[in-house]
Design a binder for this molecule. Structure first.
Ligand SMILES: C[S@@+](CC[C@H](N)C(=O)[O-])C[C@H]1O[C@@H](n2cnc3c(N)ncnc32)[C@H](O)[C@@H]1O
Length: 201
């Protein structure tokens, strides 16, 4: 197993358990993805976003504001733009090298450098927040998703994905923060979880 994979696994496990420890991993994560950005698109299989796409298909209501966290070179944002062509789609990443490529790859979305652990967006400002192969920061997701909106978590290679959180681990974190209507999806070689935030009473 490469250093990068071991680092991704360690960072994911620690941060999901203790989000306050994220600052220990932030700088090295950014530098690692800056370094591999030029190769990133050639490293992905053709079906790497199949679980992401399948989970997105399960959303019936139109999406008007979508946010793709840890967007990398923008492949998740591109799928959201294609599925919801009238939506404003924002992709966020720590790595400026990744974002430079995303801006070229996906002209239909806007891209911002930001940290998913502390997002520069108001409360309840998105009706979809998606993650493909990205460490989840549950408090921020719950804060920026509007009531009735969706959160999506996809992992290209299931448990073999370097950044992977078992769906059974995601569910209680989301339930505790007011998410419901869980849908688990298997597609390609991976899996995804879709959840809806409860409407305000
Ligand atoms: C494994 S890559 C996935 C990229 C893309 N979603 C895909 O599946 O092709 C993870 C991406 O998340 C970014 N990232 C990791 N932690 C982040 C954070 N806290 N905030 C924003 N971006 C982050 C990395 O820079 C990297 O581009």
């Amino acid at each position: 197993m490469s250093f990068g994979t071991r680092f991704a696994r360690l960072a994911t496990d620690v941060v999901v358990r203790r989000p306050s420890l994220w600052p220990l991993f932030r700088r090295l994560t950014e530098r690692t993805f800056d370094r591999i950005a030029p190769q990133w698109d050639t490293m992905r299989g053709p079906d790497s976003l199949a679980p992401f796409e399948a989970a997105l298909e399960a959303i019936e209501a139109p999406v008007t504001d979508g946010l793709d966290l840890g967007t990398g070179t923008g492949s998740g944002a591109a799928i959201v733009v294609r599925r919801f062509p009238d939506a404003r789609v924002v992709g966020v990443d720590l790595s400026e090298e990744m974002l430079e490529r995303a801006r070229v790859n996906v002209p239909g979305a806007e891209f911002r450098r930001a940290d998913a652990s502390s997002l520069p967006f108001p409360d309840e400002s998105f009706d979809l927040v998606s993650h493909a192969n990205m460490i989840p920061f549950f408090d921020e997701v719950a804060r920026v998703v509007a009531p009735g909106g969706h959160a999506l978590f996809a992992f290209s290679n299931g448990a073999d994905t370097p950044i992977y959180v078992p769906l059974a681990r995601l569910r209680p974190e989301l339930e505790r923060r007011g998410f419901t209507d869980f849908a688990e999806v298997d597609a390609g070689r991976g899996e995804a979880l879709l959840a809806r935030k409860e409407q305000a009473a």
